[in-house]
Design a binder for this molecule. Sequence first.
Ligand code: CO8
Length: 259
Amino acid sequence: TPGHVQVDMNSETGVATVRLNRPPVNSLNLDVLTELSIALEKLETDKSCKAMVLASAAPGIFSAGLDILEMYQSTPERCVAFWRALQDAWLNLYGSRLITMAAIEGHSPAGGCLLAMSCDYRVMAEGKFQIGLNETKLGIVAPFWFTDVMLNTIGHRETEKALQLGALYSAQQALSIGLVDKVVPLAEVMPTVEGELKNWLQIPAAARVITKTSMRKAVLDRLRSQKEKDAQFFADFINRDSVQKSLGMYIASLQKKKN
Ligand code: CO8
């Protein structure tokens, strides 16, 4: 595979660093999601691995979310395959036995925010970077399991506002609603994650994993029990004329921003 996901395993500490590596913005296409899924599966079964830090190899970006080009003028078959890859990557991450931490050293909209929220702990760089589920701004609707993860992270009231508005928050705002756990200068993100990991690594793993599983199981099972239906819904929804039109306009606005 082309290496869109870099894994560095520190055998001394048992901590793996997983870096998304699809410049310029780490948008998540079928290949990246498939590679991420496989990387997570490997770490899950690696007995020496205790924790995973999810980060980015691309400066200024955690992940720009799903690759919009996978959703624009694509075939229904490709849409279903793409969506299955996203489901699997997410099930592996949210359901992981590992301690998972997101080092958010850049922008983290939509699918990027989903990945970050699916970790156990989030540290974000202060400054101009934004995080949130901005789907409604693209004229699309966050899937029920994105909503579930946000509900589990920031509660009902904040989720209701965040999702309707398609809100993108600064790191400070994200901290104030509990969307991230710590905000530090960019250069301090990794050291802060490593410091926090020390606390988590001290907890007996079996007890921590049972606790994590019991907190997340209902949400995981909700998707597991209707994966195919959800994939079909995505393919149908995304190929509606009105949705394609919104996505086309959004892509044009991303390009216009440059000129
Ligand atoms: N997918 C594909 N291409 C992208 C994406 C993306 N998500 N984001 C950016 N790009 C492209 C840009 O168009 C640009 O391309 P080009 O160089 O050819 O013009 C290139 O990447 C670089 O982008 P920018 O110049 O904008 O880079 P900046 O560093 O200035 O900004 C940002 C980075 C802030 C990330 C900005 O690019 C941005 O806002 N991107 C859009 C992010 C976004 O809205 N993502 C939402 C994706 S939808 C999703 O993840 C969940 C969908 C759930 C579907 C449910 C349906 C039922």
